[in-house]
Unconditional design. Structure first.
Length: 150
């Protein structure tokens, strides 16, 4: 497997930027802009949030649980995350291959689990069982033959 260090570094950069830097920067920016452009211009709001630090503490105390709930809802209660996961599996050849390989392995395991007791008891396998083994071997061999490197 050849490694493309430039694109790996680019990917790590984008993850660091979008997950950490941009997130923190956007939170600080939002708090600053909303306080100094909105709160300071309305005396009623200034009574509730007399200082910027109090504003940050109150909004963070309310906002963090709300955002955690929204994230939980996104992953556990809506179809949005399932759709994202489906798209990732469809678009990513590594996941597609893993899914196909897992499907074949599970059918192989079931077949072996059914045949091992017969073999250990020295029973003869029927023609149907031998045919199942041949078919399974062919499908596994076809999978190996047609897979490609990424």
């Amino acid at each position: 497997m050849t490694k493309n260090y430039f694109f790996r570094a680019w990917y790590y950069f984008r993850m660091g930027w979008s997950t950490y830097f941009a997130f923190i920067f956007a939170a600080i920016n939002t708090l600053t802009v909303t306080y100094f452009l909105a709160i300071e211009n309305y005396p009623q709001l200034l009574e509730i949030f007399p200082t910027f630090l109090q504003y940050v503490i109150i909004i963070s105390g309310m906002g963090i649980p709300i955002l955690v709930g929204a994230g939980y809802f996104h992953y556990k209660k809506t179809s949005a995350f399932k759709a994202e996961a489906d798209i990732n599996i469809e678009a990513n050849p590594h996941w597609r291959r893993m899914l196909t390989n897992t499907d074949l392995l599970l059918s192989s395991y079931i077949n072996l689990i059914e045949l091992i007791p017969k073999i250990t008891n020295q029973e003869k396998l029927s023609e149907d069982e031998l045919e199942q083994l041949r078919t399974l071997k062919e499908s596994l061999q076809n999978q190996i033959d047609k897979r490609t490197q990424f």
